[in-house]
Design a binder for this molecule. Structure first.
Ligand SMILES: [Zn+2]
Length: 87
């Protein structure tokens, strides 16, 4: 079981959180600048990288805030708290 440090509540058990998956690039302001295949890939392919990944987590059983951490998806080791919050 992971202990995740919520930037608002402090260390909490993993069961209080929902993993929102890897943080993605900001959606392009102009989708027409992409080739159709690239745009479709962006919209429907869910990234599932193995190794160090910046992920979004939602403290659903706590403060309800979103934030990012860097975690190794192979070992589950938390590498860094990106200290970036999301709305
Ligand atoms: Zn929290």
């Amino acid at each position: 079981m992971l202990v995740i440090h919520c930037p608002f509540c402090g260390p909490r058990n993993e069961s209080e959180f929902i993993n929102g998956g890897p943080a993605r690039e900001k959606r392009a302001d102009n989708p027409n600048a992409y080739a159709d295949a690239d745009w479709i890939d962006y919209l429907i392919e869910a990234p599932n990288p193995l190794g160090p990944v910046t992920e979004k987590w939602w403290h659903v059983m706590g403060c309800s805030m979103w934030f990012s951490i860097q975690r190794n998806t192979l070992t589950h080791e938390i590498l860094d708290y990106a200290n970036k919050t999301h709305d």
